[in-house]
Design a protein around this ligand. Structure first.
Ligand code: ATP
Ligand code: MG
Length: 416
């Protein structure tokens, strides 16, 4: 009976209205999937929270490590299981709060097992008084403040052992995974696009990924490897993911050959959007995501962003558009993509970079600059050369399929 219990709280915001059941079912499914391979006795939902009862032999550290990444969790706590009597409860509550620093506190009991002899008010009063006496005896200057206490000692009366906890740890936040529909992310290998993907996942979107790579990388420098590692790092948030890998160098050379130097990078971006859009449709995504941040580099002036996006027919979301690089890097560190993006790799875009890039392109200028290009043929070529890698997170591990060509038979098939 002494196995640990993790108490999981979610934000109430997304629980308004008829979506409640849908979101909670998704959150529960995400908890179960994340904990796969760890012995769990059961997951209960005695009210506005989940209780994860670990079975004997389960590693608490490992379980916490998994729960930490489950989207939709506002905070969680590890509860002490306690024998079903008030004396044991008082002792356990004292052990729980004694090492913590606070000047005001309250005891809050919740009772989903109505057969317990004492009611919540009685439990709160008895435990609260006990704690106050012990604290005062230690000379600690504390008082009970029910309205807005610095520390709350929570008590859960559920069938089985009583539960006590006082330390709430912030969870990943956001909305439960895979509740918002699909998006396709243009993933470069740099810091920004991985963070952009994470932010959209956090709002419940399921992301697919497209990466464009150049050839000519020295061994160990391939951007493919970096893109793959980034998806590996991100997939635990949403459990499954596709990574489309598109060879881009011959397309770049075409652009290089026929377009004015100043708009090269913008034309690369337009081609990337067009190709990504085909994969987006293939995976039934409704929008694309990229890591643009307003004014960060020459290709990301407001006019350039608008002129590039004109090549897409789907909406392009840019969750980093209003963020500073420092804020983006802090997030990258938090989600563990910083180290991966810091690895040196062969980025296809800086190759053939123009000496003086256009800062203020208009969509019609770019369309004009594309006159000499057979856009359809280049898109088809990108798709024809693309390979697909599938990721799956299960039992705490990421499994990865061998990359397979996206188009198996006729080159035109994927375009339909
Ligand atoms: P990042 O740090 O993500 O590379 P960045 O600030 O370097 O971003 P750019 O290189 O201008 O910005 O790219 C802008 C966005 O275009 C990226 O965030 C990404 O979404 C997309 N992108 C750029 N290069 C690639 C690529 N090789 N494959 C897929 N998407 C790309
Ligand atoms: Mg980049």
């Amino acid at each position: 009976m002494n196995s640990s219990v993790i108490v999981v709280h979610y934000h109430e915001l997304w629980l308004k209205g008829r979506n409640r059941r849908f979101f909670l079912a998704k959150l529960e499914a995400a908890l179960r999937q994340s904990l796969e391979g760890i012995p769990v006795e059961r997951i209960e939902q005695p009210g506005d929270r989940f209780l994860i009862r670990l079975a004997d032999g389960a590693s608490l550290e490992e379980a916490i490590e998994r729960v930490r990444r489950v989207l939709g969790i506002a905070n969680y706590a590890v509860a002490r299981p306690v024998e079903r009597n008030l004396e044991a409860l008082c002792d356990a509550a004292w052990q729980e709060i004694e090492p913590l620093e606070f000047s005001t506190f309250a005891v809050r009991a919740k009772r989903s097992d109505k057969s317990f002899p004492q009611g919540t008010i009685e439990i709160e009063t008895v435990v609260g008084r006990h704690l106050l006496e012990k604290l005062r005896a230690r000379g600690r200057k504390v008082r009970v403040w029910l309205k807005d206490p610095e520390l709350t000692c929570h008590i859960e009366v559920t069938p089985g052992p009583l539960l006590v906890y006082a330390r709430k740890i912030p969870g990943a936040g956001g909305l439960p995974a895979n509740t918002a529909g699909r998006m396709m992310c243009l993933l470069s290998g740099g810091y920004d696009s991985a963070v952009a993907a994470y932010l959209m996942m956090k709002r419940g979107a399921h992301l697919g990924f497209v990466h464009f790579y150049g050839t000519g990388a020295r061994p160990g420098e391939s951007s493919l490897h970096v893109a793959s590692s980034l998806v590996r790092q991100l997939v635990p948030y949403q459990f499954l993911a596709h990574l489309y890998r598109v060879p881009f160098e011959t397309i770049q050379r075409e652009i290089l050959r026929s377009a004015p130097e100043g708009v090269r990078v913008l034309l690369y971006r337009r081609m990337m959007l067009r190709i990504a859009e085909v994969f987006a449709r293939r995976d039934r995504a409704l929008a694309m995501v990229n890591g643009d941040s307003l004014g960060q580099v020459a290709s990301q002036t407001l006019r350039n962003l608008v002129a590039v996006e004109a090549a897409a027919t789907m909406p392009v979301f840019r969750p980093l558009v209003g963020m500073d690089k420092m804020e983006i890097l802090a997030l990258a560190r938090k989600i563990g993509t910083y180290e991966i993006s810091s690895e040196p790799f062969h980025d296809c875009c800086p190759v053939f970079l123009p000496r003086s890039p256009e800062l203020s392109a208009r969509p019609e200028d770019l369309a004009q600059a594309e006159q000499g290009l057979d856009i359809q043929a280049l898109v088809a070529q990108g798709i024809q050369g693309a390979t697909l890698e599938r990721f799956r997170y299960s039992g705490g591990q990421v499994e990865l399929s061998e990359p397979v060509p996206v188009v198996k038979t006729q080159p035109r098939a994927a375009m339909a």
